[in-house]
Design a protein around this ligand. Structure first.
Ligand code: ADP
Length: 193
C-alpha cells in the first residue's frame, strides 16, 4: 500500500482556493482538480451535461450531487492522480464529503488528507469577486453563492475538524504569505517521501 497526499481546499467563493491550489499543485507535482473549471469547460462546449450544469451554475446553486459524484469518481482514479491530488471546489456539502471518504476507503491506497480552510471576511470576498468579474460573478449570483456556502459548505468544515484533518488559514493576506502558511502544513509530509 502506498502513502499518498490528498489536499482539499475549503473556503468561500473568492477566498483564493484556485490561486493557492494551482501554486501548490505545481510545487508538489500533483494534479489540481478544480470542479468549477471542469463544469465551466463542459458549459463552454455546450455538451448535453454542460447545458444541465449551466442551469445551476448561472443561478449560484450547487449542481446536484448525482451529476457531480461520478465526475469525482472518474477524475480521482485517472493515472495522473495516482500519487495524490488537490481538490478545489469539492466537497461542497456533507453528503459529498461522505462520498469522498467512502471512495477513498474503497481504493487500495493510504492517504494523508489535509484540509486547508481559507478564511476571508465577507466584505473582502465581495470586493474580490466583483473585481474578478467571471460570468457567474454578478451581485445576485454572488450573494446566493455566499449563502449556499454558509448553509451547505460550512458544515463540511466541522466534518473535517471532527476528524482532525482541518487546518484553518488566514486568507486575508498577500498571496505569498498565504502560500507560505499552506506550505508549512504540507511540507513535513512531503519531505518524508
Ligand atoms: P467559487 O468557489 O469561486 O464559487 P467555483 O469555480 O469553485 O467557484 O464554482 C463555481 C460554481 O460551480 C458553483 O457556484 C456551483 O454552481 C458549481 N460547483 C462547483 N463545485 C461544485 C460541487 N462540488 N457541487 C456542486 N456544484 C458545484
Amino acid at each position: 500500500m502506498t502513502h499518498d497526499t490528498g489536499l482539499i481546499f475549503l473556503g468561500p467563493p473568492g477566498a483564493g482556493k484556485g490561486t493557492q491550489a494551482k501554486l501548490l499543485a505545481e510545487a508538489i507535482d500533483v494534479p489540481h482538480i478544480a470542479i468549477g473549471d471542469i463544469l465551466r469547460e463542459a458549459i463552454a462546449d455546450q455538451t448535453p451535461i454542460g447545458k444541465e450544469f449551466q442551469q445551476y451554475v448561472d443561478r449560484g446553486e450547487l449542481v446536484p450531487d448525482r451529476l457531480i459524484l461520478d465526475l469525482i469518481n472518474d477524475r480521482i482514479q485517472q493515472p495522473d492522480a495516482k500519487k495524490g491530488w488537490i481538490l478545489d471546489g469539492f466537497p461542497r456539502n456533507v453528503k459529498q464529503a461522505l462520498f469522498l471518504e467512502e471512495l477513498l476507503a474503497k481504493l487500495d491506497r493510504s492517504y494523508t488528507i489535509y484540509v486547508v480552510n481559507l478564511e476571508v471576511p465577507e466584505q473582502v470576498l465581495m470586493e474580490r469577486l466583483l473585481e474578478r468579474g467571471r460570468k457567474d460573478d454578478t451581485p445576485e449570483t454572488l450573494s446566493r453563492r455566499l449563502q449556499v456556502h454558509k448553509e451547505a459548505t460550512e458544515p463540511v468544515i466541522d466534518f473535517y475538524r471532527d476528524r482532525n484533518k482541518l487546518y484553518s488559514i488566514d486568507g486575508d493576506r498577500s498571496q505569498e504569505e498565504v502560500t507560505k502558511s499552506i506550505e508549512q502544513i504540507v511540507t513535513p509530509a512531503q519531505s518524508g517521501i
